[in-house]
Write a protein that binds this ligand. Structure first.
Ligand code: NG6
Ligand code: CA
Length: 518
């Protein structure tokens, strides 16, 4: 009896130690394969048809194409919204932007709209031992309101999960026109403090409206407040002369920041959110790219951004980490030509179609508002393919959490890791799309847009918004350009989508009376 017990004990200890040995080597192995660096390359206003890999013939984007040809190119990849702030909110939190009523295009003085308790992509990575950084456009608000730009500004990116931040606060066309590193305005002279106001000008300061003689870029609509570098902006700014950015250098400045971050962190896993400003207005290509597209500044800054992406990818390769880095390339919303400045975007467009085969553009509930270039690239791990899976930027949090073995999950995201790695084409079945507070539903190959009273076209930007007094129903398989409204012909389908829309969006966002729903 005793003897048997002893033997069993020995074999038990032996078995346990073997288990431990296997366990540790397993987790070592897992750590190696499941802690890749992750880089988001997030464009600003780049359209579905602006990339040659997506069919553009009048402009060449070789570096974006390289990602597309070596990775998964999604034909049905979506930004959560047709404007910037809501999309950025959703890509970082995995929450629908319409759940947060502050997720609207923000002024440069807006308070931070991400709760510091909220789960975010960088927080999820941090919990798994990653170092995290944002470089580029923020536009999610800073501080609690009434920010003093001459002190450390917060809460901001560093309080919602980023270990390091180098950002512009809002947009290139909004003040303050300065960079902030970890909350501190760069190059600030304490004797020339910065003051910002979005309501009133500071006495004696020139404006785009009153001083056209000082302008080198003319405003078309909006954009007639303070003048910085000869470009009229949204909002009023005084002081901070030495801290002001040089618009033409912005692409290089962000790129250098991104590159040096990668170089400094190559030995531990990192998450980099590289948010480029192109081709948002004002379009100010570096002289190296001026005139290169033949399409005016909008085309030139797309070439500039493409070059930046090439440089970034070269850096990953030179540092020997290309095969250990997953890159996600996409855009925050669809394209716009004239977004408030006369810059030849309309006049020199030629045969280029920034929206591709889609209808609408930025601000629109039609497809071109939210369907954007969307590519995942991971050399040696992802096999090149074109995928028709429906994916949304909001899904990145849950999918990447699954990749790195995190239990964190967001409210609205789905785990589409298999799709992002090109192993499945299933994708989402439903997605609520947003455009300036209006919402619609994509379900499988169908789109349902509830009736909206607003104007059919935003005359300033010349974009169809998707508004109609009638229900709209489109079959994207037959009609990707959304020309044939099938709402009358397909009442059952319409009802099905309206019910699905209500189940996600909630009651009160669509008038169901005409449909006689149960
Ligand atoms: C709009 C601006 C537009 C752009 C947009 C934000 C006017 C008239 N238009 O209000 O130029 O800045 O906001 O773009 O001011 S986004 O890509 O950041 O959402
Ligand atoms: Ca944008």
């Amino acid at each position: 009896m005793m003897r048997t017990y002893k033997i069993n004990l020995y074999s038990l200890v032996f078995a346990i130690s073997i288990l431990f040995a296997c366990g540790s080597s397993d987790s070592e192995y897992e750590k190696k394969v499941s802690s890749p660096n992750v880089v988001f390359i997030y464009m600003d206003d780049l359209g579905y048809g602006d990339v040659s890999a997506y069919g553009a013939t009048e402009i060449a984007t070789p570096n974006m194409d390289k990602l597309a040809k070596g990775g998964v190119r999604f034909t049905d990849g979506y930004a959560p919204s047709a404007t910037c702030t809501p999309s950025r909110y959703a890509i970082l939190t995995g929450r629908y932007p319409w759940r947060n009523e502050d997720a609207k295009i923000l002024p440069g003085t807006a308070p931070l709209i991400i709760d510091t308790d909220q789960l975010t992509v960088p927080k999820m990575f941090k919990e798994k031992g990653y170092h995290t950084a944002v470089v580029g456009k923020w536009h999610l608000g800073l501080g609690h309101g009434n920010v003093d730009w001459n002190q450390k500004v917060g809460p901001g990116p560093n309080e919602v999960g980023f270990d390091y931040s180098f950002i512009m606060a809002a947009t290139q066309d909004r003040v303050p026109t300065v960079y902030l590193r970890d909350g501190l305005v760069q190059g600030l002279d304490p004797d020339d403090p910065i003051k910002i106001d979005y309501e009133e000008n500071f006495e004696g300061e020139p404006t785009g409206k009153d001083n056209p003689e000082l302008l080198r870029m003319k405003w078309h609509h909006g954009h007639n407040n303070s003048i910085v570098n000869g470009i009229p902006r949204i909002g009023f700014m005084k002081g901070g002369e030495k801290a002001k950015w040089v618009d033409e250098d912005m692409a290089d400045v962000f790129l250098e920041e991104a590159k040096s971050y990668i170089k400094s962190k190559k030995d531990n896993p990192f998450f980099l959110y590289y948010a480029l400003q192109q081709p948002h207005v004002p379009r100010t290509p570096h002289p190296r790219f001026e005139g290169k597209s033949g399409m005016g500044p909008r085309g030139d800054v797309i070439l500039e951004a493409d070059w930046c992406i090439g440089e970034l990818m070269d850096t990953l390769e030179e540092e020997g980490i290309l095969e250990n880095t997953l890159v996600v390339f996409t855009s925050d919303n669809g394209p716009v030509l004239n977004d408030g400045y006369y810059d030849d975007a309309v006049e020199k467009l030629g045969n280029h179609t920034p929206w591709g085969p889609l209808r609408g553009g930025k601000y629109s509930l039609f497809e071109a508002g939210t369907r954007v270039p969307f590519i995942t690239y991971w050399k040696g791990t992802i096999k090149p393919k074109v995928s028709e899976a429906m994916v949304c930027q909001m899904d990145l949090l849950n999918s990447l959490a699954a990749l790195v073995g995190s239990e964190e999950r967001s409210e609205d995201g789905e785990n589409l890791l298999e799709e992002l790695l090109g192993k499945s084409e299933k994708g989402r079945s439903s997605l609520v799309l947003e455009a300036t507070s209006r919402t619609a539903l994509r379900h499988e190959n169908w789109i349902m847009i509830p009736p909206y009273d607003g104007p059919k076209v935003n005359e300033n930007v010349n974009i169809e918004l998707g508004n109609s007094k009638e229900f709209q129903l489109y079959d994207l398989n037959q009609d990707i350009g959304q020309r044939q409204n099938l709402a009358q012909q397909q009442p059952e389908k319409l009802k099905e989508l309206v019910e699905e829309f209500i189940s996600i969006r909630g009651e009160g966002y669509v008038n169901t009376e005409p449909l006689e729903l149960k």
